[in-house]
Design a protein around this ligand. Structure first.
Ligand SMILES: [Zn+2]
Ligand SMILES: [Zn+2]
Length: 309
């Protein structure tokens, strides 16, 4: 469990979501599950009015943002409470009146007869949606709905380490309920943007580094980009192409436990493609040196080590 680095409600929320998420990871039906209502019905108290619907937004994140987490504010279109009637749907100065269809009961009883006997069917009243009251004189601004379309800003505390397709729920930030009903939720689905230098492997970051032949042969300190800025990396004397170097803790912070992944640097040796005559001469001279002349030693080492021999 991570410490206090994150907003408290945001984070406990995310933990909930992710434990739930692990069961349905990768399934295409994750949204059915969410919008299906069984979970909502249980967790939400039935108040006045009709509950607002949930909204879904996609949030693009860079690997830099994912590495350490980020708090973002985004604008969404949603139904918000009408201020002119304070969400009641009734014109200011007027009040609700008893529903004439169900006489305030909120339900309608129908009796049908058949050869099997008499059936009594009780249903929520359609005229008042089961509330027992209707707006006598509807608010002109919202036409009695109690809400209007508008733009709203929501804050999203993205924890570090999320993956493409992970989501979190922000309770109560969805569409306002009809005539004072409970608001819906906003479901934020994370999308990971492609990075021009890095490849993600779980919480590790893979980087392809090119060094020169002199750096590989003589050793060097080189500057390497990481998700949190530039860092120095030591290249040992005689480093072979293909060598993997680990920059500990320079990857992505883990989502559900402490610590971070690593940056894995694959070392490549760049061979110059254009040489002037002086450079050609020098390389020819170099190629006659006994320690440079033969590649057989490193070939052998490389070949056998690939097969673990
Ligand atoms: Zn209104
Ligand atoms: Zn009614």
């Amino acid at each position: 469990m991570r410490g206090s680095g994150f907003g408290t409600d945001g984070f406990s929320n995310v933990n909930d979501i992710f434990s739930h998420f692990s069961d349905i990871f990768g399934g295409s039906s994750i949204f059915d599950e969410f919008f299906g209502g069984s979970q909502r019905g249980r967790s939400r108290r039935r108040g006045p009015g009709t509950p607002g619907s949930d909204l879904r937004v996609n949030l693009k994140l860079t690997l830099e943002e994912i590495a350490v987490g980020i708090s973002k504010k985004i604008k969404i279109r949603k139904q918000v409470k009408c201020n002119d009637c304070n969400g009641t749907g009734a014109q200011a100065g007027t009040s609700l009146k008893t529903c004439p269809v169900c006489n305030g009961a909120g339900e309608v009883k129908t009796v049908s007869r058949s050869v099997f006997g008499q059936f009594v069917n009780i249903q929520a009243c359609n005229n008042c949606q089961g509330e027992g009251q209707v707006v006598g004189s509807p608010c002109k601004t919202c036409a009695g709905d109690g809400r209007i379309d508008n733009e709203a800003t929501i804050k999203i505390d993205v924890p570090a380490g999320v993956e493409d397709g992970n989501y979190m729920t922000i309770r109560g930030e969805g569409n306002s309920g009809k005539r004072g009903g409970q608001p819906g939720d906003v479901l934020v689905v994370f999308q990971e943007s492609h990075h021009e230098h890095f490849i993600r492997d779980k919480d590790n970051i893979i980087y392809n580094l090119f060094i020169t032949f002199p750096q590989a042969a003589l050793g060097a300190e080189v500057e390497v980009p990481t998700l949190t800025g530039k860092a120095m990396l030591k290249i040992d004397v005689g480093t072979q192409p293909g060598k993997m170097l680990k920059m500990k803790g320079k990857g992505i912070r883990h989502l559900n436990y402490s610590g971070s992944g690593d940056q894995i640097v694959q070392v490549n040796v760049a061979i110059p493609q254009k040489l002037n005559s002086k450079e050609k001469d020098l390389i020819k001279q170099l190629s006659e040196m006994p320690n440079v002349k033969s590649s057989s030693e490193s070939e052998k080492k490389d070949f056998f080590s690939k097969f673990g021999l």
